[in-house]
Design a binder for this molecule. Structure first.
Ligand code: HEC
Length: 102
């Protein structure tokens, strides 16, 4: 019987961690991705030129709104383009990050 190699074990482990992060929303990834968003949406939550506040939202609502832009059900060319480039895991990560910002 062959013992599984350390490499194979490591792969299974990291794959498991990656999946878990995607499900929960990886805040670190969210913070990284947020740099694009905060050029328009202020982290302080204050509206700049009428751009809505996106901090402190429940994650499921945030994800739903982003998917509505992505699927072009919600009308805004800028946000449609931005959301269209994001993967499911990216959106979850952004939701997790912005929820915790005040
Ligand atoms: C170029 C400026 C710009 C950038 C960059 C930008 N947004 Fe937006 N965003 C807007 C504008 C303008 C709206 C309002 C659109 C509308 O009326 O539907 C909006 C709306 C939203 C909304 C809905 C807010 C609400 O109250 O309904 C969310 C959520 C959102 N953006 C998330 C993001 C995320 C996440 C990013 C980064 C990945 C991002 N935005 C990047 C300009 C921007």
């Amino acid at each position: 019987m062959n013992r599984p190699s350390a490499k194979a074990l490591l792969f299974v482990l990291t794959a498991g961690i990656a999946l878990e992060n995607a499900a929960a929303g990886d805040r670190e990834l969210g913070q990284y991705l947020s740099s694009e968003c905060v050029t328009c949406h202020r982290v302080s939550g204050q509206n700049a030129q009428g751009i809505p506040k996106i901090t402190g939202w429940p994650e499921d609502q945030f994800v739903a709104v982003m998917n509505a832009y992505k699927d072009k059900q919600r009308d805004n060319p800028v946000m449609q383009t931005i959301a269209g480039r994001l993967e499911t895991g990216d959106i979850a990560a952004l939701a997790a990050y912005f929820r915790t910002q005040k």
